[in-house]
Design a protein around this ligand. Structure first.
Ligand code: B12
Length: 279
């Protein structure tokens, strides 16, 4: 399959640590790696197991700081429906020297997941969840739109969710972070009919990759169909990335017809870079 093993440099980039730190994880036996030629390679599933086991504690950028207070404060503001407070907190996170990745992946996403748990356990009403997701989306759009890399042109990345899928924050954040790295984004949003996805992939110029996101397992058949039609129509010429909470790992993504899987956006970017027009 084309979901390849990762070099230690790629692993270091995904974990946001120095190469030598990644190497130390391998030497200490914390991260399983295989000797290939003179270097080491790591299977995606092993990297994922490592990340699950150690969480953000292994990422020094966030590990040296206390992650919990930011996301706890975000959670409280989202639950109380304080949109102005959410935007102010986002600004404070960034002013404190953190990047957009940290804000999105280590502050906002954990807060949204905690809201899902609270809704599931009956601790909060569904209107609180709806209100919070609107605030999260609008606030991220306001703060995130200020970031972009000028003068770089790596091609267009097509993003969307298959028919029946209404969760959209994941692909919105994905769009912002990919855009930040110099790609043009065409974000089709949620609930995209198969034929529309195919039309976009064929008609939009310079599409170098397609990213499809599913949160609900119920939308996986539509994801599979979308990927199959895009690949058939374009003679397999564009790589398809599958992600979102419903896609469990690279084997699962492969079974859906995708070329790549990533659990989050830090992991996605090194793979996407291989398909840039220019790097
Ligand atoms: C907000 C929310 C909603 C909002 C969505 C609004 C919107 N505009 O997005 C609304 C209220 C509409 C909603 C509806 C529903 N929801 Co809802 N929702 C949530 C909640 C609280 C947050 C979702 C979110 O934004 N997460 C943050 C994002 C950023 O995380 P993410 O999508 O996983 O993305 C990350 C990665 O997966 C990855 N990624 C994402 N996409 C991609 C794509 C690629 C290519 C790659 C590489 C990576 C990648 O990057 C992101 C960052 O790491 C979750 C709780 C949770 N655990 O997430 C429940 C949750 C997902 N919802 C759930 C359910 C059951 C529903 C409903 C059926 C019922 C309901 N009322 O809640 C409907 C179904 C709608 C549908 N058909 O799609 C369940 C799903 C259970 C399951 N696994 O089947 C959850 C887990 C809540 C729960 N605890 O039960 N929901």
């Amino acid at each position: 399959m084309s979901i390849k093993n990762l070099t230690l440099h790629e692993v270091a980039e995904i974990l946001d640590v120095h190469y030598m730190t990644a190497y130390r994880y391998v030497r200490e036996g914390r991260l399983h790696a295989i000797k290939e030629g003179r270097g080491w390679v790591v299977k995606l599933s092993d990297l994922n197991a490592f990340r699950k086991g150690f969480g953000s504690a292994v990422v020094p950028k966030t590990g040296n700081r206390k992650v919990a207070p930011w996301s706890d404060r975000m959670l409280l503001l989202l639950i109380s429906g304080d949109e102005r407070g959410v935007v102010t907190l986002m600004e404070s996170v960034l002013r404190s020297g953190n990047d957009l990745y940290f804000l999105y992946l280590d502050v906002l996403v954990p807060a949204m997941r905690a809201i899902g748990k609270k809704w599931e356990s009956g601790e909060i009403d569904v209107f609180v969840e709806h209100r919070a997701s609107g605030i999260a989306s609008r606030s991220a759009a306001r703060v995130g739109s200020r970031f972009s890399k000028r003068g770089v042109r790596k091609g267009t990345v097509l993003i969307g969710s298959p028919e029946g899928e209404w969760h959209v924050l994941g692909s919105q954040l994905l769009s912002d972070l990919i855009h930040l790295e110099g790609w043009k984004i065409d974000d089709l949003g949620p609930n995209v009919p198969v034929e529309s996805f195919v039309a976009a992939a064929t008609q939009i110029p310079d599409v170098v990759a397609v990213c499809i996101a599913s949160t609900m397992k119920e939308t996986l058949p539509a994801m599979r169909e979308t990927i199959a039609k895009i690949k058939k129509t374009l003679n397999n010429s564009i790589p398809c990335f599958a992600g979102g909470a419903a896609v469990l790992d690279s084997e699962h993504a492969e079974s859906l017809g995708a070329d790549y899987w990533a659990s989050d956006l830090r992991m996605l970017l090194p793979m996407l870079k291989q398909h840039a027009i220019r790097t």
